[in-house]
Design a protein around this ligand. Structure first.
Ligand code: SF4
Length: 473
């Protein structure tokens, strides 16, 4: 549905979100407003209560705090995965403020260009640089981005969650990295090869978000979130082919290109471990769930960096003498590898069972089913924890509504995608291309299709009809 939104409007949306992001960053340095909301007598849902929160057996001292970190981690970020599944990859890529950051040099005309000789025109042209498709980065960007993401998530546990200055500099760093990438490389090189959020975008949308606009049938000149610019007669493509099988051009095609690649399985399965450990680690570190579910971890003023040498694990009143700075990455690494091994084991069992029931079932089909189920389990695991410090403040009926919405939406997404196959996509792409050709010979074919309109024929019927009409001519 976002694919058809005019670029002029979407640039404005991206810009508004970008400005809101800058305001959030500024508020991490200076925020005279939100601490009032957390005063014990403020009467807001965020007012500090007398409830004791213990971390490693010690009661955590809590004072009124600026809410920037809490708002971002427990209100804004938890909405993103569900947004992705419902509105699709095309929607996120068209509003993402980080994507806008990487395009700033392009919009300002500052992007470096390389000179190339065009043999057809005989002219020297200036084109933006792109990543070679034979390069290591082109082959391994997805697991590499997942490693960036896991490192960022671990850094949250260690440095970023509640230290507002570190958090602000983290944002500034990532915006700067996106701008620098956009200065040297064209298209959405940052989004496609480097952005740590990209694996999450892919896992929660591919092959199709619930409201994603199909890119292949009918084929449009500017599809999904393809790079574009406003033109006289509507948006025009400014694609510079920065990646093959671009997820902004045709998300589903991109999925069928990457789902068998080495590294995809590690990313899908390991991602589950990363999500789970990120939340479980609050328990392992503090010795209880209150630390996480009260949101106390979002406002340990100036304390997070001082905890780095604290015991990293606390079980039943006993400290495990591994410093937190080692324990968090260790737990995260083991969780990612453990989840990978676990899901590979489930995949092997599922393959065996599926083959017994249907000997013709292919490895590709098994892999696709596993990716869809893994993504569904991961997002529902995420929502067991994400946003809960705030959801817990809602009245029970609203909590039930939110929970129901999450399960229903993610299940609709699963149902929409689990039965899909690469053949479906290929057949529909072919049928879309053939439809207009067959429409021209409709008078000759009318009897064969018993008067049905060409637009009403299924892709399978179109492909058969095309073969028949070829045989006739
Ligand atoms: S639409 Fe073209 S330029 Fe934009 S990200 Fe995709 S391949 Fe790159």
């Amino acid at each position: 549905m976002f694919a058809k939104a005019p670029e002029r409007r979407m640039v404005t949306v991206r810009l508004i979100l970008f400005i809101a992001w800058i305001v959030l960053i500024v508020s991490l340095f200076w925020d005279p407003v939100t601490p009032v909301l957390t005063q014990p007598d403020s009467g807001t849902p965020f007012a500090l209560s007398n409830k004791e929160v213990r971390v490693q057996g010690v009661v955590l001292e809590q004072k009124p705090y600026a809410m920037g970190a809490r708002m971002f981690w427990t209100m804004i970020l938890p909405c993103v995965p569900l947004f992705l599944m419902v509105f699709g990859h095309e929607a996120w890529r068209r509003i993402c403020p980080l994507s806008l950051s990487s395009r700033i040099p392009y919009y300002l005309g500052l992007q470096f260009m390389r000179k190339t000789f065009n043999r057809q025109t005989g002219r020297v042209e200036r084109k933006p640089m792109t990543i070679s498709q034979d390069s290591w980065l082109a082959r391994w960007h997805l697991p590499l981005q997942f490693v960036f993401l896991s490192s960022g998530v671990t850094a949250r546990l260690l440095f970023i969650n509640s230290d507002r200055a570190v958090f602000a500099f983290f944002f500034i760093g990532i915006i700067t990295a996106a701008i620098i990438t956009g200065l040297f490389y064209g298209g959405k090189t940052w989004c496609n090869y480097l952005c740590p959020i990209a694996p999450m975008q892919r896992i929660y949308t591919m092959p199709r978000g619930i409201l994603e606009t199909p890119a292949h049938a009918p084929k449009l000149p500017v599809t999904q979130s393809m790079c574009r610019t406003p033109g006289k007669d509507g948006d025009q493509s400014v694609c510079v082919s920065c990646i093959t099988a671009c997820p902004d051009v045709d998300l589903e095609r991109s999925y069928w290109e990457i789902y068998k690649r080495p590294g995809s399985r590690f990313t899908y399965y390991g991602y589950f471990g990363m999500v789970l450990m990120f939340y479980v680690y609050y328990y392992l570190y503090s010795g209880g769930w209150d630390y996480y579910f009260t949101g106390a971890w979002t406002h340990e003023e100036n304390a997070q960096l001082n905890q780095l040498m604290n015991p990293g694990f606390w079980f039943n009143g006993y400290a495990v003498p591994i410093p937190k700075i080692i324990a968090a990455p260790l737990a995260m690494g083991l969780a990612v590898l453990g989840a990978y091994a676990l899901w590979c084991g489930i995949e092997a069992i599922y393959r065996r069972v599926a083959r017994k029931l249907d000997p013709s079932v292919s490895d590709d089909k098994v892999r696709h089913h596993m990716f869809m189920v893994c993504a569904w389990v991961t997002i529902n695991t995420f929502y067991l924890f994400a946003g809960r410090p705030n959801i817990a403040l809602m009245p029970p009926w609203l909590q039930t509504t939110v929970n129901t919405l999450i399960v229903v939406a993610t299940t609709v997404w699963l149902m929409k995608n689990i039965g899909r196959s690469q053949e479906d996509h290929t057949e529909e792409t072919l049928a879309s291309a053939l439809r207009s050709r067959l429409a021209q010979s409709y008078d000759r074919l009318k009897d064969l299709v018993r008067g049905k309109r060409i637009e009403d024929l299924s892709p399978a019927e179109i492909n058969i009809l095309s073969k028949v009409s070829k045989g006739e001519s």
